[in-house]
Design a protein around this ligand. Sequence first.
Ligand SMILES: [Zn+2]
Length: 89
Amino acid sequence: MQYVDLNPADMTPEQIIARVHLYQNTYGVHTLVCSYTTSESHGPLVPIEQDGKVHLVCSGCDFIRHDIPMNVFSFIVDILHSSQEFMKK
Ligand SMILES: [Zn+2]
């Protein structure tokens, strides 16, 4: 198991957006969705930069989440590797 030690305060908006995409596309993590749906009908939240800060927006409604949960920055890299193994099967 390998933990990633990332501090969002030291990251550029571009790096944070890339990290959110990585998290949202990783099999096995709890995908971030808006609070108006319990299903995946609205799809995953999408990171956008606004005034130098990254927000998470829903493509299915006007929901915006202004904080990015820390587990996006600290989730286990091995989950990504196992997802790639999963996709091969
Ligand atoms: Zn929504």
